[in-house]
Design a protein around this ligand. Structure first.
Ligand code: RP5
Length: 165
């Protein structure tokens, strides 16, 4: 199976990013996590992205905060799908990270999830790999069925609580 790269701009992002790593592991997707910074280690960022496809990766998740250029820089150097994960790490509540990640110029897309949306970043990566992986697609079906059952259970509980008001 193709691997998912989870790149974070700093180890201080791991608290949020660990949810993505956990979700990828739950789906049995081989994952490699790295700290690579668009600003502090730009040559490494370029090198990683340039060789990501030949190194067996299928999707890149890029998590960064503040002036979050990591996803965009990685996307500049690869044709693999890049998922941007804006991290809420500054006094601007993550809006800076969101806009820096999502507002890519035409020609270089980054699929950006919500601020701190680590779980969705992982699920989107799994969904991309599942386009050509039937076993993974079945795991996603099971995940959705479990989610539906969870909501149905909450709805049932709510009916009882509303009756008791
Ligand atoms: C970004 O700056 C990182 O992704 C992190 O979210 C933020 C702060 O980094 P540190 O100063 O904690 O290393 O590049």
């Amino acid at each position: 199976m193709l691997k998912v790269a989870v790149i974070m701009g700093s180890d201080s992002d791991l608290g949020v990013v660990s949810d993505a790593i956990k979700t990828l592991k739950e789906f049995g997707v081989p994952t490699q996590a790295r700290v690579i910074s668009a600003h502090r280690t730009p040559a490494e960022a370029a090198q990683f992205a340039t060789s990501a496809r030949e190194n067996g990766f299928g999707v890149v998740i890029a998590a960064a905060g503040k002036a979050a250029h990591l996803a965009g820089v990685l996307a500049a150097y690869t044709t693999l799908p890049v998922i941007g994960l804006p991290i809420k790490s500054s006094t601007l509540d993550g809006l800076d990270s969101l806009l820096s990640t999502v507002q890519m110029p035409s020609g270089v897309p980054v699929a950006t999830v919500a601020i701190d949306g680590a779980k969705n970043a992982a699920l989107l990566a799994v969904q991309i790999l599942a386009v050509s992986d039937e076993a993974l697609a079945q795991k996603l079906d099971a995940y959705k069925a479990e989610m539906r059952a969870g909501v149905a259970e909450k709805d049932k509980k709510l009916q009882k609580e509303v009756n008791d008001i």
